[in-house]
Design a protein around this ligand. Sequence first.
Ligand code: DC
Length: 383
Amino acid sequence: MIITLDGPAGVGKSTLAKNLAKHFEIPCLDTGAMYRILGFKLGVEVADMKDETLEKALDEYRFSLKKVNNEHVLFLNDIAIGDEIRTERVGRLAAIVGALPLVRKALQKYQRSIGEQSSLVTEGRDMGSVVFPHAFVKFFLDARPEVRADRRFQEMQKKGVNADYQEILGEIIERDKADRQRATDPLIAAADAITVDTSDMDAEQVFTCLIQHIENKMQEDTQEFSHLAKDGSLSMVSVEHKAQTMRKALASAFVTMNENTLDLLKQKALPKGDVLSVAKVAGIMAAKRTSDLIPLCHPLMLSYVDIRFDINEKGVGIISEVRTCHNTGVEMEAIIAVQIAAATIYDMVKAVQKDMHIENVHLLYKEGGKSVFKSPDFKESLL
Ligand code: DC
């Protein structure tokens, strides 16, 4: 799920984007930080650089979003981007580099590639209009320049920083002009964006308003993604208009065994041979055959399937992990994989013990679609 927030300087996109990302437990991408750090590194001379020199300079910079202490942090090469970019001077430099088509092309490539890997709340100037045309929900936030200047002024005063309201207002008007009037990808609302004028709203009201729009869209989508056609007959859901993103699902199951059987299994001394190796292959093959087994499930090109085992004194825990870069999820593949791996274990062991139970089959984790799901027994170390 990609949620885009576009809008002018000082409208409050960063805080909102962070709060939305936290709410939906997905990463947040501040694309302004990418332009800012390039402005910071390249300086005003960038405007006079020859294309060749600029291309060479851009080749030196690689962006990535990495998880650090449970938070997603934007890295330039191997260094986390810090507060050095949060000044008005760097903001102006960002607007200068942001006007250069070569810079935009390079940064948009990174932004799209980050969006292909996971769900995202992403904020900037051209997220909905250019970079993510198929985003799940697009917002365009606006507010009168005087209101934005006043918010900045109050914020700085709170921090004890000396500030001049008129100066801030002037800077905001100047940056609006640069962002809205540049030739390449100017600041505009995408045709299908929801425009929210926040001039007379506080931060909490804006947050609630956006959440409401997103939840409405999710509900509409759930109704649209019904397996029932309008006349009540069964139909396969059409997913071609959904975004292709990296999707991942983990499922687990448990096969109970007595101590004697477990000993034989660990020693690979069961009459049918190496149970877990066979169960692993069976689980992987089953994941690939899911759409043949579940009537309305879409056939998918899987990019990865793994089956892992965790033996304890009560039996064998099975975890499947399935990944794809597609427009629908892989939960069913993960669930089928653990069930067939479990049934294979049963088949390989039943000569020795028949009262084994296959228990606790469930989805552990999924990401990449509209929402992230984590079951209570999911641990981050499983990823
Ligand atoms: O959102 P911000 O103030 O951090 O952005 C700084 C500048 O970066 C902004 O004035 C224009 C540029 N920018 C852009 O051109 N496109 C984006 N997607 C994000 C920022």
